[in-house]
Design a protein around this ligand. Structure first.
Ligand SMILES: Nc1ncnc2c1ncn2[C@@H]1O[C@H](COP(=O)(O)OP(=O)(O)O)[C@@H](O)[C@H]1O
Ligand SMILES: [Mg+2]
Length: 186
C-alpha cells in the first residue's frame, strides 16, 4: 500500500529510527529507547539494508562497494578480499568485480547491493522495494537470490506492493495507513 508506514517500520526494525510509541524488541533486547550509539553498533554488525535504487557509490568499483561495510570491521585486507569475492560469487557476479556501477545493469547493481549485505555478515537483510526499479524477469532472479539466502539461515524482511513478489515470502504482513491489516503464514 502507498505511504502505509512501511519504510518507517523497516527503519525501526533496522535500528535506523526509534518508535514514538510502542515497543521494539530485537533478539530479546528492548530497543525502543536505545541510544544511537548502541543502535549503530547493532546495525553495523547484524543488519544490512538493500534499497530500491541500490545506494551504490558510483566512483567505486563493484569490489570496493561490497568492501565498504567491511572497512569498519577489524579485518586484514586479505580477509576482506576473501569475503568480498565469496559474496560476489554467491550472487553470480564475480566477473564484474572491477566494473563501476555506471557500467552494469540494474539487476547487476542490485546483486552488488545484496553482495554488500552478505559480505558484512549480517543475519538480517532488510530490503525496501528491492525490485521496484527492475523488470519482472530480473525481479524474479533477485527474489531467487533472497530465497536462497533465507534457505541458508538469513532473515529477509522485504517491502513490496507487488503481489507476485510477495508470493515468495513465508510470512506476509499487509500494512495500510500505519496499521497491520493481515498477518499470514504462507
Ligand atoms: N505509525 C506512524 N504514525 C505516524 N506517522 C507515520 C507512521 N508511519 C509512517 N508515518 C509517516 O508517514 C509518512 C510515510 O511513511 P513511510 O514509512 O515512508 O511510508 P511507505 O514506505 O509505506 O510509503 C512519513 O512521513 C512517516 O513519517
Ligand atoms: Mg517506502
Amino acid at each position: 500500500m502507498t505511504h502505509g508506514g512501511k519504510t518507517t517500520l523497516l527503519n525501526i526494525i533496522g535500528c535506523m529510527d526509534v518508535p514514538t510509541s510502542g515497543t521494539y524488541i530485537f533478539d530479546e533486547m528492548d530497543l525502543s529507547h536505545e541510544k544511537e550509539k548502541n543502535l549503530s553498533a547493532i546495525r553495523g554488525k547484524r543488519i544490512a539494508f538493500v534499497f530500491q535504487h541500490f545506494a551504490l557509490i558510483d566512483e567505486y568499483t563493484v569490489f570496493e562497494n561490497v568492501e565498504v561495510p567491511l572497512l569498519k570491521q577489524a579485518l586484514s585486507k586479505a580477509e576482506r578480499k576473501k569475503k568480498v569475492t565469496s559474496a560476489l560469487k554467491t550472487v553470480g557476479i564475480a566477473e564484474l568485480s572491477g566494473k563501476k556501477p555506471t557500467h552494469i545493469s540494474g539487476g547487476q547493481k542490485q546483486r552488488v547491493a545484496i553482495a554488500r549485505a552478505i559480505a558484512c555478515g549480517a543475519e538480517v537483510i532488510l530490503a525496501d522495494e528491492p525490485t521496484g526499479a527492475l523488470d519482472s524477469k530480473t525481479s524474479k532472479e533477485i527474489m531467487g537470490i533472497f530465497s536462497d539466502l533465507n534457505a541458508t539461515g538469513k532473515t529477509v524482511i522485504l517491502i513490496t506492493y507487488d503481489r507476485q513478489i510477495a508470493s515468495y515470502a513465508k510470512r506476509l504482513i499487509t500494512i495500510q495507513d500505519g496499521r497491520i491489516l493481515s498477518d499470514e503464514k504462507m
